[in-house]
Write a protein that binds this ligand. Sequence first.
Ligand code: GLN
Length: 447
Amino acid sequence: QHFLARAKAHDDLGAFVDINEDVTLAQARAADAALAAGNSNAPLAGVPIAHKDLFVTKDFPTTAASKMLTGYQSPFDATMVTRLADAGCVTLGKLNMDEFAMGSANENSAIGKVLNPWDRTRVPGGSSGGSAAAIAARLVPGATGTDTGGSIRQPASFCGITGIKPTYGRASRYGMIAFASSLDQAGPMARTAEDCALMLSAMCGPDPDRDSTSLDTPAEDFTLRLHDSLAGLRIGIPEEFFGDGLATDVRAAIDGALKEYEKLGAKLVPISLPRTELSIPVYYIIAPAEASSNLSRFDGVKFGHRAKEYTDLLDMYKKTRAEGFGDEVKRRIIIGTYVLSHGYYDAYYLQAQKIRRMIADDFQSAFKECDVIAGPAAPTVAWALGGKSDPLANYLADIYTLPASLAGLPGMSVPAGFGEGGMPVGLQLIGNYFDEARLLNAAHQLQ
Ligand code: GLN
């Protein structure tokens, strides 16, 4: 009731897209009864959380912040929703986001913008902007997010909270509306690394019958190594993450966090990720290519919106898609269709796939010299609402989050201090495959 009241009182932030008191209180009473009867060993019994509206839910509508899914009701829950419910979590509601998770400022939502609780004239980041803002404003202790190219790490950085994207394949994508399937990963967002570890322990694990890319690595208790010493930890500092594009205020906060690590006994090791800049064109070819295919299912036949007037089937598809999708989603579909089309496929899509492999290899070379990689999550602090209307300017700001996404590596953002205007700065930590526990350990020690 406390959190429901806070969520309602701060409705002007735009973080929640749906709240259903009856559903939430029924779940809370069930958790309470199980605890009172002494027959609950659910690790998160009664902990309120909320879900990014990209996860389908049978108790709440799911919109992906798109007009296209108006009126859509899923008959089932996403695996992430089921797993967290099984761990005892109570769902407060659904959270705002960029339409179909495409964006970095939450300004591509068809439902409305989200304000950054630290400064309401600024964006919360995206695409999991509702999740980040809700946690920062203490409307909910934890939330799910999704990260295709930074959508957990960048809003966590902009809102001064903690978020982790696990190794690709550790968290099931079943029931998470697909954007770019080879990149999409779910992860927790919360105040601290410890809270993220608790949630991630419930979220990870195989889901072989429902997600063909889910890995058979067993679930893990990610809290076990939180208190390990960092003495001797080798932290790789990629020179390409500290170049011209990095704002001086962000750099100062990151340098401060790195000094703390040295005090904790870690060693800073200079490394190179030479294809960092290429991750932008590579991602903005591969992600739209996959999106153009994934979003073909939204045609007015099965899900949500259908145009009212049309002459024939083709006209119905065309009008439905013209009305249902926002500008950024249309831009991605057009780019994706182009790069996959006959005559351009080799020059764009295939070339991008080759460079993606090289980017992954660069990380493996780097991990010969270090245990984790650290740098900024974003080149600047949160910018002003409406401040980046040029799509390309948004794409360029993803430079530090895209490399780990393309390589499928785990990455997180942890609060590291403050920059211009007193806005939070996030330190990004990137680990090798399955090294989430080490990332959470390093993040926890900084907190
Ligand atoms: N900003 C990136 C994009 O617009 C990342 C999105 C994401 O991770 N879902 O595609």
